[in-house]
Design a protein around this ligand. Structure first.
Ligand SMILES: *[C@@H]1O[C@H](CO)[C@@H](O)[C@H](O)[C@H]1NC(C)=O
Ligand SMILES: *[C@@H]1O[C@H](CO)[C@@H](O)[C@H](O)[C@H]1NC(C)=O
Ligand SMILES: *[C@@H]1O[C@H](CO)[C@@H](O)[C@H](O)[C@H]1NC(C)=O
Ligand SMILES: *[C@@H]1O[C@H](CO)[C@@H](O)[C@H](O)[C@H]1NC(C)=O
Ligand SMILES: *[C@@H]1O[C@H](CO)[C@@H](O)[C@H](O)[C@H]1NC(C)=O
Ligand SMILES: *[C@@H]1O[C@H](CO)[C@@H](O)[C@H](O)[C@H]1NC(C)=O
Length: 568
């Protein structure tokens, strides 16, 4: 340990030692975000924490390895990588790391590596020093609807000599407000729900277990999901929790008592926390989203151990960084869930391209380790995470990352697209090869409709769908219903967890990154949804059609057909 005086001296020195000027180049630049207002230059002395993301030494190698272990026709299918193998692609080269550390050291900035492979450095520094390091002016921005403030900039530079060594510095230019996707209106009474349903569906086509609301029993019936318990103790599901959404055990018990009378009402989840996350059990603090997610993971993935992973805001200011932290946390563990489900989304244009690509690279790492990553496609139809006014369609994130499986919603019997089902095309990620024929076929039928409103060369979302309307949940001592892709996402993830259980019991690997399977041998196991649309931006949105569409993806699951598709 150094004596305290040493630190004081070092800080004082840092205050007036002018680092050598380097040639700088603008690294990221973006338009002002519409949901925030700039309330002026940030106070010079305020400390901020930034992350410096160094270039992976072999990103193409990581991506090739990910495809190799995730593509059913590959000889290496299912041979997921070890943590060490992933780190060997991700760790920065010695040249990169020494060049970046030399730059920080010129500014007397100490850094610490915060990712398993050491590729992400965290630095904490006064705004004045961040301004000079990045040749910018950080400002305080206020989120208009919540009043929350963040310190950000619209443009920053890095030394020209470090281009290629630094992917990005964040959160510098991201303005994210992660949203739980179920727009919670009110707990409808059973009578109101019944009236809604009678008005909407052909009752003759409704299974007896689905006449009033959607429950685990109804979903088991319509998709053929088994009620028998899974047998593999190490095949777990991770349910991600953000924005102080807490999962309540008493509500879960009430839910199981009402809707899974065949399993112990004491069945519960295991809590994990990071970034100062917590999960207080005061009944009134229960979150609709967190309750929904754990109730359907436990209620459908019978016998699969469920981890509720609560991400706090200690090392991130409620921005998208928590989405990266949870992945690094899981990569760092000795064993990790084979399935991770997240029902939070945001608008793609909240982030810059570099931000989303960086996040996506982290998902590639977890996928290569064998985890299937599910994200809700959002609840605004073609208008983003939530319905909003727009001219051009707003794709959601992080669904646009090809290394996650994006889940949309259906409703009714026979199933049609739910009108809120988020869908469209990424502006940041090009159409990946596994879905290029599907996207081309869809665009062919669309013709010139909506030209200019969406990106015809982007990755299409969602990949799959699942019922998402009138889900019965227990919340704050009551029972009621919710709608949203938040219902669909943990439910689809649970189906895959049960398939993984069977695969592992048979001596095989879990499915891992799912998309190459879904778009090849898996598609035969999905019910194609061919009616309904997802309105937004003053349009009717896209139509669900025969084959893949940007409303319901490839469709909803058929459990027995999925077993056949994986070779069981
Ligand atoms: C699943 O698909 C099979 C054909 O592969 C079909 O016989 C069965 O009825 C389907 N199950 C459900 C629940 O739709
Ligand atoms: C489950 O994981 C633990 C520790 O990670 C390991 O010791 C045990 O052998 C595993 N069990 C099975 C059935 O794979
Ligand atoms: C659930 O837990 C309670 C309290 O510990 C216990 O009395 C009860 O027998 C348990 N129920 C089951 C089905 O295991
Ligand atoms: C459309 O997507 C492509 C592929 O990702 C990208 O290169 C292009 O910049 C995007 N266009 C717009 C206007 O965002
Ligand atoms: C959707 O389908 C309806 C009915 O067939 C058709 O009139 C409309 O043009 C289609 N819209 C798009 C965007 O494909
Ligand atoms: C199931 O196990 C049998 C016997 O070991 C094996 O031949 C078969 O390939 C396995 N199937 C899958 C899908 O893992």
């Amino acid at each position: 340990m150094f004596p305290r005086a040493f630190f004081l001296a070092a800080i004082a020195l840092g205050a007036f030692a002018e680092p050598a000027r380097r040639a700088m180049s603008v690294h990221e630049s973006r338009a002002a975000p519409s949901a925030f207002v700039n309330s002026g230059a940030a106070d010079a002395d305020t400390l901020i924490t930034l992350r410096v993301q160094m270039a992976y030494n072999d990103l193409p190698g990581l991506e090739a390895a990910l495809y190799d272990v995730s593509t059913p026709s590959s000889a290496n299918y299912g041979n997921h990588l070890t943590k060490e193998q992933v780190a060997s692609y991700v760790a920065p080269s010695a040249t990169t790391s020494s060049a970046v550390l030399a730059w920080l050291s010129e500014h007397n900035i100490k850094s610490s590596a915060i990712s398993p492979a050491g590729d992400t450095l965290s630095i904490t520094l006064p705004v004045s020093q961040a301004n000079s390091l990045l040749d910018t002016t950080f400002s305080t921005y206020k989120h208009v609807s919540t009043g929350k403030t963040v310190i950000r900039t619209l443009e920053y530079s890095i030394p020209t000599a470090l281009q290629g060594h630094i992917d990005l510095v964040y959160p510098a230019t991201s303005f994210v407000t992660p949203q739980a996707t179920p727009k919670y209106t009110s707990l409808k009474t059973k009578r109101e729900v019944k009236r809604d349903l009678q008005a909407r569906v052909d009752k003759r086509a409704v299974p007896a277990t689905c006449t009033e609301t959607i429950t685990p029993t109804c979903l088991q019936d319509i998709y053929g999901i088994p009620t028998t318990p899974a047998t593999q103790p190490n095949n777990t599901i991770g349910v991600a929790g953000f924005i102080e959404e807490y999962a309540n055990e008493a509500d879960l018990k009430e839910f199981l008592t009402s809707f899974r009378t065949d399993i112990s009402p004491n069945t519960t989840f295991i809590l994990q926390t990071l970034d100062g996350g917590s999960n207080p059990q005061t009944r009134s603090e229960a979150g609709v989203e967190a309750n929904l997610d754990v109730q359907y993971a436990i209620g459908l993935a019978t016998g699969v151990p469920v981890y509720f992973i609560s991400v706090g805001e200690t090392n991130n200011d409620g921005d998208a960084d928590g989405f990266i932290d949870i992945i690094n946390f899981l990569i760092g563990e000795e064993s990790r869930p084979n399935v991770l489900t997240t029902s939070y989304a945001f608008n793609e244009n909240d982030l810059t391209r570099a931000d989303l690509v960086n996040m996506c690279n982290v998902y590639a790492q977890l996928g290569a380790l064998g985890t299937s990553i599910f994200f809700a496609s959002g609840d605004g139809g073609v208008s983003g995470g939530q319905s909003q006014s727009c001219t051009n369609f707003i794709p959601t994130a992080p669904s646009g990352c090809p290394y996650v499986t994006s889940v949309g919603s259906t409703q009714g019997f026979p199933e049609t697209a739910a009108s809120f089902s988020g869908g469209g095309f990424s502006n940041y990620y090009p159409t990946p090869s596994f879905q290029s024929a599907d996207v081309a076929a869809y665009l062919e039928t669309l013709g010139s409709t909506y030209a200019g409103k969406y990106n015809a060369s982007g990755r299409g979302i969602p990949d799959v769908s699942f019922q998402g309307v009138n889900f019965e949940i227990a919340w704050d001592t009551e029972e009621g219903t919710v709608d949203g892709t938040s219902c669909s996402t943990p439910s689809f993830a649970s189906v895959i967890a049960l398939i993984n259980d069977r695969l592992i019991a048979n001596g095989s690997s879990p499915l891992g990154w799912l998309n190459p399977f879904l778009y090849s041998t898996g598609r035969a196991a999905l019910n194609d949804i061919t009616s309904g649309d997802n309105p937004g931006c003053n349009t009717n949105g896209f139509n669900a059609t025969v084959g893949w569409d940007p409303v319901t993806g490839l469709g909803t699951p058929n459990f027995t057909a999925l077993l056949t598709a994986v070779g069981l």
